[in-house]
Design a protein around this ligand. Structure first.
Ligand code: ZN
Length: 186
């Protein structure tokens, strides 16, 4: 089942998401629906708040990058209750976009190396290092669980220049080929 993706301006995108426990109802179904939703919108990552659930779960599938970067082959994962242990190295710029903020892409600086502790979909705990585009996707999705959006990392001037477009998105004045839920749709 494909969920609607929550658009910029919805308060759920600004909340710090809550950890879940093993008895969270129908988690398997939720994760399967998250994948359906991500593939339907051609995303490489999707965080639960983006479908309106303020819980610490995100998914990734880096397959679209696999043609240019073979490290991305098979990078399909579920992250439950992730904790960012550290982020190191000189920041590098990468052009990011977000399914909740359609038609805006910007170069964002982030550290290249991360260590993340998380549970997978079988509730096996991992502490794992990631780098390159893998780290980048994880950092972007992890931020969603903290209520942070990639545009928050832009300079105040850049942000100001985007404000009109952002307001339009929150009002539903944007065209996407996937289903969205707009907070200020009249
Ligand atoms: Zn995003």
């Amino acid at each position: 089942m494909v969920y609607s993706i929550v658009a910029y301006g919805d308060t759920v995108l600004r909340k710090k998401a809550e950890e879940i426990t093993k008895d969270y109802p129908e988690l398997d179904k939720f994760i399967a629906n998250m994948f359906d939703t991500m593939y339907d919108s051609s995303g490489v990552g999707l965080a639960a708040p983006q479908v309106g659930k303020s819980i610490r779960v995100f998914i990734v599938d880096g397959e679209p990058f696999a043609e240019d970067d073979e490290a991305m082959i098979g990078f399909k994962k579920v992250f439950i209750n992730p904790v960012m242990i550290d982020e190191t190295g000189d920041k590098w710029a990468f052009n990011e976009g977000c399914l909740s903020i359609p038609r805006i892409r910007e170069d964002i600086d982030r550290h290249p190396n991360i260590t993340l502790r998380y549970f997978d979909e079988n509730w096996v705990e991992h502490t794992e290092k990631f780098d390159g585009i893998k780290a980048r996707i994880i950092q972007h999705e992890y931020d969603h669980l903290e209520g942070i959006l990639f545009i928050d990392k832009l300079s105040p001037l850049k942000r100001k220049l985007l404000q009109g477009k952002l307001n339009d998105i929150s009002k539903g004045k944007v065209r996407t080929d996937y289903r969205m839920r707009f907070p200020k749709l009249k």
